[in-house]
Ligand binder design. Sequence first.
Ligand code: 3PG
Ligand code: CO
Length: 563
Amino acid sequence: GKPWELAAHPRLAKGKVVGVVVLDGWGEAPPDPFNYIHVAETPTLDALKKGAPERWRLIKAHGTAVGLPTDDDMGNSEVGHNALGAGQIYAQGAKLVDLALSSGKIYEGEGFKYIQQSFENGTLHLIGLLSDGGVHSRFDQLQLLLKGASEHGAKRIRVHVLTDGRDVLDGSSVRFVEMLEEDLSRLRDKGVNARIASGGGRMYVTMDRYENDWQVVKRGWDAHVLGEAPHKFKSALEAVKKLREDPKANDQYLPPFVIVDESGKPVGPVQDGDTVVTFNFRADRMVMLAKALEYENFDKFDRVRFPKIRYAGMLQYDGELKLPSHYLVAPPQIERTSGEYLARNGVRIYACSETVKFGHVTFFWNGNRSGYFNPSLEKYEEIPSDIGIPFNVQPKMKALEIAQKARDAILSRKFDQVRVNIANGDMVGHTGDIEATIVGCKATDEAVKIILEAIEQVGGIFILTADHGNAEDMAKRDKSGKPLRDKDGKVQTLTSHTLNPVSALSSVKVPIAIGGPGLAPGVRFRKDLPCTGLANVAATVMNLHGFEAPDHYEPTLIEVVGN
Ligand code: 3PG
Ligand code: CO
């Protein structure tokens, strides 16, 4: 195989402390009243942008540049951090599932063959995010899977739907449920007993991540598996419509509900002999449920009943844990990441974020691997996120705490790389709360200031970028870029990440900046790379550590000029 040893960079010295800062959900967009990064006070980041032009630029963070099916796919944290850490572009889950479905290979794989054995006598349950956001799942993939599974023998199907409103517009749950009901009714016409059985809002039911709050998963377990929830309805359409009547309700946080028959009995709890497929391709928000569905020994909450089922994930969510053990599509094999290279070349790494983004700078960064490459060189530190408090209520989140940890790690001189993710632009942006997003952006800037000051003190180098856009555009727009208004004349809030095909920048890009006293004077961004994205960052970071990047990496963004 290829060697792991990295060649010394001919011009750049080893041994500098490198601060790697990822701002989550921080794109670049024209100044505009709905660009809350622009509206917020961000003097530190403004100074980087207005500073040396050869040390600030824009790079792509969406579409094919990060391994998504098309350039109409907005970026997200999974593919963004994968690309940042891996330095190479891999076809991502969304695309691999597309290929497996369109070729029909999905039905020939081990995973499908495994679940198929229960189709004769058991029910097939499909659990996942009902959305066409393309971040965790896609509606058209669910449609194809429903059709394909029924053509391959599934006779009784129950769908458990998690409403989105986070990667798609709030309120779109109603339309998705309507469309799904149409598909299920077509299946019923063909003699398949197919129904929606339960559901809830993704942020309140089932789709927690990084073990922030197991109660979220328990609510989902109770509704999907046990058939128990505080709200019972005759149909899912009635459920989402009724639950949304509460003026405070939104798709992301709908309470759990169960569909019942005329006699009040749940139509689709999971029973012995059934099959479950979690149809999200993205790992972070499905891996907790996967544990509950798969592990014999499990103590995170009382499952009450642990049905004997055949379970498969759309993908294998954790390659290290081999979880789930059965899956319909093989995940991207992200190999030879920069974290592994650097650890094998003696670089000491510290990574930190708060719970809700912790796996982003560790698990995703390292190619979907939990754990260390070399525990004696690496330290990953998680700051507990606030549990049960919406991020628009605490928009500063843990930005300050993360910055202080990073500062301490930098000043300790025990690490060569100090890597953080600062979550506010994204997590607060997803709430759609304007005032809160402005506060969150300001807090981000203050955190960056602390980290850059520490880098200054130790004579280090910083590299700062973002994984995708979010807070820089919070208005849904028409094709000409004009904000869309709802029937009351209010501008429609964009809670999702951004894909700004109409802006002057042609599509959303994220900033990248380098600097610090340790950066050799002749270092600047290259001008000969017109098409660059997040995958170019890893080679750049290796250079800043004094190494040449391996040949199979996307090219570095920097060059050294002069003597
Ligand atoms: C989420 O999971 O919160 C959103 O769907 C995507 O956000 P992220 O990609 O920034 O984590
Ligand atoms: Co996000």
